[in-house]
Design a protein around this ligand. Structure first.
Ligand code: SUG
Length: 448
């Protein structure tokens, strides 16, 4: 047993951030399932390209990896979830189940077909060992109860995390009980500020029991859920901050649409938090760890809330490279004069450079670069325990590009979800993937 880990010398080595991206699944489509997510609603029922989506995601992993940042990946989940349709009363063989759902409940069919697990920022909340009382890395799968299609991810996410982060240095917690009071959307509402040592974990929630709610759109994350996760992880220094309801009503369904932290930097829109004095609290708390907060505040005059949501500037990744902090931003920012000038200002305040990446298929469902990745900060000893076949390498990239080109459709229209051939195609792709990633022949339910 690793009791009393805090006394062990290996925990003193500084942790390095590793990004685990969700590998886009073969059924990526635009179903308009996410109320409050403007891009999802706007692009509902358009033609998607699963192949372009997975290749864009892989190219992003390769680009971040080439910047010298360790990169991993999380496998897609099994879709369609025919077990869910059967639980909802659709009977018969697979083709009959899908056919009847397509006729009678196309929304349910789209939900069980959604490839939404690609947005790994919502897979879990992660607390690195430097922050936790027992000196282990804690991960809690998100319950994602705010929508049917996303709630289907929780159990399989837990299973995947346990395969990738096995061993005593990691604690993987099941998702919180699935109810509205405990709505939890994972790392998209959590950021960690630090300077290589113990950090301040900032949990951002949209509503608390008995408290006010946004008027137009749902607040997905609750304070009660955030507190439970911090408690489960044994986080020593946690701060609970309320998201601005106006930001949620403008389409910032997760805090990572309007703010992003990395090391001691916080890049935030002035409308991100309900109480801007929270930034001063963060500054004070961090100072107690001997760290000076670097606040990159963006005013609405520089970039309106609606342009922040259109460009997803705050959904950039900030990564540490040998040359300093690099902003990995969606290509949409390059096409916006306002976003470009914010970035230009940041380069005078400590940002080394920017790298624009095209993740258009994901963006059209409301997912930017930061949505596609789950950050896990790991010491060298912890990194050695990560399942090696889920660590990104140029060789794995080549293998996965060839795999995707063999299995993924060029396009997918809403009506294609009724095609029984899509069930078999998806299974064939995932079956081969379990071999590539050495996940075992029983990873997916259809394999058992
Ligand atoms: O939960 N979109 C996702 C996007 C998640 C983005 N993640 C972060 N911000 N971290 C969501 O709203 C759309 C699916 C559809 O409409 O087909 C969707 O689920």
């Amino acid at each position: 047993m690793l009791g009393g880990l805090l006394d062990e010398p290996w925990t003193e080595g500084a942790a390095v951030e590793m990004n685990f991206d969700g590998l886009v699944g073969p059924t990526h489509n635009f179903a308009g399932l996410a109320f409050g997510n403007v891009a999802s609603t706007k692009n509902a029922r358009q033609l998607s390209s699963p192949r372009a989506a997975v290749l864009e995601g892989l190219a992003k992993m390769a680009a971040v990896h080439a910047l010298g940042v360790p990169q991993g990946l999380l496998p897609p989940q099994e879709r369609p979830r025919l077990d869910v349709l059967r639980r909802l009363g659709f009977e018969g063989d697979d083709g009959a189940v899908v056919g009847r759902a397509a006729r009678e409940a196309p929304g349910l069919l789209a939900s069980v077909y959604s490839a939404s697990a690609m947005w790994a920022a919502n897979a879990a909340t992660v607390s690195p060992s430097a922050d936790t009382r027992d000196g282990r890395v804690h991960l809690t799968a998100a319950n994602l109860v705010s929508s049917l299609h996303r709630s289907l991810e929780a159990e399989s996410t837990g299973r995947a995390l346990r395969r990738i982060f096995a061993g005593e240095r990691f604690v993987v917690h099941d998702a919180l009980p699935a109810c509205e009071t405990l709505g939890d959307e994972g790392a998209a509402n959590h950021t960690r500020l630090h300077d290589g040592g113990a950090g301040l974990e900032v949990f951002v929630y949209g509503r608390a029991a008995g408290g006010a709610r946004p008027r137009r759109f749902p607040a997905r994350q609750t304070r009660e859920a955030s507190e439970a996760v911090a408690r489960l992880h044994g986080v020593r220094r946690a701060l609970f901050v309320r998201q601005n309801p106006e930001a949620i009503d403008a389409g910032a369904f997760h805090n990572d649409v309007v703010a992003v932290g990395h090391e001691r930097v916080l890049l935030w829109h002035e409308d991100a938090f309900a109480d801007a004095s929270d930034i001063e609290t963060m500054r004070r708390e961090l100072a107690e760890e001997g760290v000076e907060l670097l606040s990159w505040r963006v005013s609405r005059k520089e970039l309106s809330l609606s342009e922040a949501i259109e460009t997803y500037l705050f959904n950039s990744q900030i990564v540490t490279t040998e040359a300093g902090w690099v902003l990995v931003a969606p290509a949409e920012c390059e096409r916006s004069a306002a976003a470009r000038s914010v970035i230009a200002r940041l380069t005078t305040e400590g940002l080394a450079s920017v790298r624009f990446l095209e993740v258009r298929q994901s963006m059209r469902n409301g997912g930017g670069p930061a949505c596609l990745r789950l950050r896990v900060e790991l010491t060298d000893a912890e990194r050695e325990e990560v399942k090696p076949t889920c660590v990104f390498t140029p060789a794995l990239h080549r293998t996965l590009v060839a795999w995707a080109q063999r299995h993924y459709r060029e396009t997918l229209a809403p009506a294609d979800l009724a095609d029984p051939a899509l069930i078999e195609e998806s299974r064939a792709a995932l079956d081969e993937l379990t071999q590539i990633l050495d996940l075992g022949g029983d990873f997916y339910d259809f394999q058992r």
